[in-house]
Design a protein around this ligand. Structure first.
Ligand code: GTP
Ligand code: MG
Length: 440
């Protein structure tokens, strides 16, 4: 058993996480309102990664925290000991959360996490769901990730983060401050940072003929996380784990920023279309900009590594076959890797592909990807530019300095964003024969 513990932090983290658990339930063999007769019963189920036994009920293994408001109603049962709402208003301010939550509240949360982890058999890591646009999600994810790193240094922390969109403005005027300060701490403490943004999610929904709304956007993200983590829960060709994912996706320590795509979803019209798809199309979708759930562009970028999680009756032979469809593209990417890693990558090196034969509901095929590409430079540049614009007049900065954040911190974070941006961009400049239009 390799358990994972989920932390749902702030408004987005909690709402999207609720969808995630509903998806997980569809993918599991028993419901959480079923009374568990014995530990043996639980041991025989495949959900152990996500469920624990408490008062004869199996609950999602998670912590849900919002500072300012009550948690939303849901049909599912969660362990009440792991649900927290406090009478604070963060004022959309990362600084307020960092200053006011450091001791008292964080200790309560850590106790709760500790008691869950103690019950685990072979704990493998944390998944954090949060938006780093507002105050609560940005502050709590950063502080908790740092504390967890100190206490559980040998496990993996994967952060699924809603970040500011590139072209759309956020509802929160101070989002550049919150996102940058949180990003800085997460870079030091977490192993995987996966970016989603509402512009990217809107693009996906519009493609399916759906107007953007939070419920559908959250469903899309939750299904993607569910599919991406299915190799950890189900038997597959490679015995996957969060650590294996990290090892394969992260060639250099700072290059741990990822984007995600999903091929299929619950919308029936689209599903019918999807039935006609073959492996070639699945693969193409997983690598195409219009399926990217962040608003970064895959054209003319370098794919450092990708993990594909495929579900359904897909054979290894077919996977090899679709690799051969993309010979030109792969050849370009391989040449890049030869320049950058001193070693020419081969199919298996670039793509960590996991096939899980167990279907999810009635979906014949579905697949998701986690991609480490230099496209993420778009998102970093966006963040740095928005931060830079606010730093010149130092707008709203007093609200953060009042909470104990030093002015210099903002400028240090800006330098860090620029430095990581250049690391990705420099890789793009490796001179190889381009086959840039291939995916679009
Ligand atoms: N896709 C999606 N985006 C959301 C949702 N809720 C909020 N957002 C976006 O995320 C940003 C941050 O919102 P929250 O997650 O509510 O913020 P928070 O972490 O609770 O932080 P504060 O309320 O500022 O303390 C908002 O400005 C919205 O742009 C949601 O359910 N789905
Ligand atoms: Mg909130």
């Amino acid at each position: 058993m390799r358990e994972i513990f989920v932390l749902q932090l702030g408004g987005f983290g909690i709402k999207m996480g609720m969808n995630f658990w509903e998806e997980m339930l569809k993918d599991s063999d028993f419901c959480n309102d079923q009374v568990i007769q014995s530990n043996n019963h639980l041991l025989n189920t495949s959900n152990l990664v996500y469920y624990n036994l408490h008062e004869k009920k199996a609950f999602p293994r998670c912590l849900q925290v919002d500072l300012g408001q009550d948690l939303p109603y849901t049909n599912m049962d969660f362990n009440p000991c792991n649900q927290f709402s406090f009478n604070y208003s963060s004022g959309n301010n990362f600084g307020f959360v960092k200053n006011n939550c450091s001791n008292e509240i964080i200790d309560i949360l850590l106790d709760s996490i500790r008691s869950e982890i103690e019950q685990c058999d072979s704990f493998q890591g944390f998944q954090i769901f949060a938006s780093i646009i507002g105050g609560t999600g940005s502050g709590l994810s950063a502080i908790l990730s740092q504390k967890l790193k100190e206490e559980y240094s040998n496990v993996i922390t994967q952060c699924n983060l809603l970040v500011p969109s590139i072209k759309q403005d956020d509802l929160c005027v101070v989002s550049p401050y919150n996102s940058s300060l949180s990003f800085d701490m997460l870079m030091d403490s977490a192993e995987q940072l996966i970016f989603y943004d509402n512009q990217g999610l809107q693009q996906n929904l519009n493609r399916l003929g759906i107007q953007f709304n939070y419920d559908d956007a959250n469903l899309l993200v939750s299904q993607t996380i569910c599919c991406n983590s299915s190799p950890f829960r189900n038997p597959g060709d490679i015995n996957s784990s969060m650590r294996k994912l990290s090892a394969n996706l992260t060639p250099y320590p700072d290059q741990k920023l990822f984007t995600c795509s999903l091929t299929n979803n619950q919308y029936s019209d689209y599903y019918k279309e999807y039935l006609k798809m073959d492996e070639y199309q699945i693969f193409k979708e997983l690598m195409s900009t219009d399926h990217n759930q962040a608003s970064t562009n895959y054209q003319n970028v370098w794919f450092l590594a990708a993990a594909l999680s495929l579900r359904g009756e897909i054979s290894n032979k077919k996977v090899d076959l679709y690799n051969s469809h993309f010979e030109n593209f792969l050849e370009t990417q391989y040449k890049r890797s030869q320049r950058c890693f001193g070693k020419k990558a081969e199919g298996g090196n670039l793509f960590l592909t996991n096939i899980c034969k167990k279907k999810l509901l009635n979906y014949e095929f579905m697949g998701s990807s986690i991609i480490n590409s230099s496209s993420i430079a778009d998102s970093l540049k966006n963040l740095e530019e928005k931060l830079g614009k606010m730093l010149i007049p130092k707008a709203y900065m007093y609200k953060y300095t009042q909470e104990g954040i030093d002015e210099q911190e903002f400028f240090d974070v800006q330098s860090k964003l620029i430095s990581i941006y250049h690391q990705y961009k420099n890789m793009d400049n490796v001179d190889v024969d381009e086959n840039s239009e291939y995916w679009e």
